[in-house]
Design a protein around this ligand. Sequence first.
Ligand code: URP
Ligand code: ZN
Ligand code: ZN
Length: 457
Amino acid sequence: MKLLIRNGTVVRSDGQVKSDVFTEDGIIRKIGPHLNEAADRVIDASGCYVFAGFIDTHTHLDLELTTTTTADDFESGTRAAVVGGTTTILDFATQDRGMTMQDALEKWHRKADGKSSCNYGFHLAVSEWNEARKAEIDAMIAQGVTSFKMYMVYPAMRVDDGKIYDAIRYCAERDCIVGVHCENFDLLNARIDELHAMGRFDPMAHAESRPDVVEAAGVSALMRTAELADAPAWVVHLSCEASLDEVEAARGRGVEVYVETCPQYLVLDKALYNEPDAEKFIMSPPLRLEHDRKALLTALGEGAIDFIGTDHCSFTMAQKALGHGDFAAVPNGGAGIQNRAELVYTYAVQAGYLTLEQMAALLSENAAKIFGMYPQKGVLREGSDADIAIFDPNDPHTISYRTNLHACDNSPYEGIAVLGRTRDVILNGELVVQDGTLIQPHCGRYVFRQPSGRTRK
Ligand code: URP
Ligand code: ZN
Ligand code: ZN
């Protein structure tokens, strides 16, 4: 398949230029003005931005919790992803206790292979760290898994700081990176008990049980752990100013820290926990305040945050209602896989916090480098994979779960206005989304990743 994209503005982290793009057999062959290569298909991208396909660093598809399984699996989740311009997701293959990493990886391949409409790689989320699990790391790397995740909270998954210390050091020796869900477990449980004792079971109490300092205490511990281990650390879904302060202080001491944030922490407010459908906003970390959003947006502009993932972890309202009457029993997570680019464009670029070039870096290039996919992915240049998002900046619309392709009956962004939208998507050299419609599903491939690029080393 030969494809020619004409008249668009090619946006990369190092600049933007009006240019054509020619792809053949899944690879970008030429970028330049007025190309006249013979093509099977010509796409007119006039008035649009042409980005390297977006990479979502943080999704949970077909994830079984103790009470229920996420509403989106790889079938529905990746349809929504690709329509939103995301050509690669990194999903968390999850090793439950008593399971090997190999079992978890094979299980996630069964969930994803043949069902995915965007490309996909896996981080391995580990619930145990011992000699047996350690012995599996090299086998994971040999199968293209070069990033891992640990949780400080959730009783079924949490590991202690000593395990995190050993894991990040062991993985760093192999140029692999470990992401950590940072919240202080003991403080969180103390707050939940306090709130329950006060008769507080409402959704706002979710936010009050895990305020910014509970997250910052976790981040602080990770920063000191990484310092002691002399190893890099990745803070997943950082949500607040207090945590940014901990990161900045650690970087000042020479700690190599990678930071991810999510659109919900840039756009949505804690006050939403007072709404009648507040359970759909129950996620961890919880939504924060305006000063946190401003601090995150400013940090993005200053380069202090490395990438933006969605933490898509969707549940229907019926699933959320499993915990009705007690915030601590509501399944944690929300839907966002389709809306990341349009939210970042509207609320970060158009709001004046980011340039388009920074958007390209934060939604694609940085993640490709840090997670071992660069330069095949994350950049529009000759020789790179033809994964391309054509974004129309002049297509104002309102986000709704009714028009999103994800499988759940709610969206945290319901009713939010955005200014643009992904119009067309090229995946592995094929036009898979045309005028916002998925015309070729199931074209996603497994992405075998190299060790981390460690851009802050
Ligand atoms: O509430 C959330 N974020 N659920 C997904 C699991 C996690 O903590 O990343
Ligand atoms: Zn988490
Ligand atoms: Zn998550």
